[in-house]
Design a protein. Structure first.
Length: 58
């Protein structure tokens, strides 16, 4: 009985650490993407198709 509870507690700890790590990696990836778009400029603002001309910045 004690052994089963210990195994279940270990499984719960592993799952919680995995979920926390996954959440951190996803949020960090989104932040990196935002920083990249802010530094290099977003490609969404200057479409290459759809009838709109590209804005050229020098």
């Amino acid at each position: 009985m004690v052994r089963t509870k210990l195994i279940l507690a270990i499984i719960a700890v592993v799952i919680s650490f995995s979920a926390t790590s996954l959440w951190f990696l996803i949020s960090e990836r989104q932040e990196a993407q935002k920083r990249h778009e802010k530094f290099f400029g977003s490609t969404k603002e200057y479409p290459t198709s759809g009838g709109e001309k590209m804005k050229i910045e020098w």
